[in-house]
Ligand binder design. Structure first.
Ligand code: SIN
Ligand code: FE2
Length: 237
């Protein structure tokens, strides 16, 4: 990728100004940040093995309360191949009748979503310059056959807030396009421990997952891939 800018920097601890952040993931001393395009920042191998394991435990705990569900496409009712759940005050859901939306409760248990772990809020605080905390953390689970078609994340009222994505488990081929569906796309792999941030002007760029490479990681006993995306929905709250 010749148009990449590669920056290797120390990662000095940033001031923590949110009272609710108690636990902090200790990451590598040297952090690599690659600017795939303006507004698309890639941090390969950001979370070390221990941090990945810890995050996996947070996900597993959240899924006990808010089990993975199978969203369906608006209008057609076709099931997604990706199973989902959420953490946060709001969660992203989709079904045939009501379509894509955020809501405070799980679609089948009707319970509130479990909270976003403070480690994730701390990571958001460290890696984004955005002053408001995320309200939703979408949990996507991909088995070996799952994929996600090219789409934009545009169901949030706040399109200035970044989207921060963390990957755990098997690596996946990520496809990144531009602001128009017809724009050229490029692909790269997201592996366990990688973080990707989409912020303006790429905040509403088209993106998707072409395929998951089964067996690429041993982090998940059952195989497959978790992707977490943290999102700010409301302008201010
Ligand atoms: C998403 O676009 O919601 C997920 C992307 C990914 O799985 O990396
Ligand atoms: Fe997305």
């Amino acid at each position: 990728m010749p148009d990449q800018m590669c920056r290797v920097s120390d990662s000095p601890p940033l001031p923590m100004n949110h009272d609710n952040i108690k636990e902090k993931i200790i990451v590598r001393e040297i952090v690599m940040e690659i600017e795939i395009a303006p507004g698309c920042r890639y941090f390969p191998d950001f979370l070390n093995q221990a941090a990945q394991q810890k995050l996996l435990e947070h996900i597993q705990k959240a899924l006990l309360k808010a089990p993975l569900f199978q969203p369906t496409m608006p209008k057609t009712g076709k099931p997604f191949s990706v199973a989902m759940s959420n953490m946060g005050t709001l969660g992203w859901v989709s079904d045939k009748v009501q379509g894509y939306r955020y809501q405070e409760t799980h679609p089948t248990t009707r319970q509130n979503w479990p909270p976003i772990p403070s480690t994730l809020l701390a990571l958001w605080d460290d890696l984004t310059d955005f002053s408001l905390l995320p309200e939703a953390c979408l949990i996507n689970y991909y088995d070996a056959k799952a994929r996600m078609g090219l789409h934009r994340d545009a169901d949030e009222q706040n399109l200035q807030a970044p989207i921060m994505s963390l990957s755990l488990g098997d690596k996946a081929q990520f496809r990144l396009g531009g602001l128009k569906r017809s724009d050229p796309t490029r692909t790269f792999f997201l592996s366990s421990g990688d973080i990707l941030i989409l912020e303006p002007p790429m905040r509403i760029a088209y993106h998707g997952i072409d395929r998951v490479i089964a067996g690429a990681s041993r982090l998940l006993a059952q195989g497959g891939r978790y992707n977490l995306t943290m999102r700010r929905i409301t302008p201010d709250r």
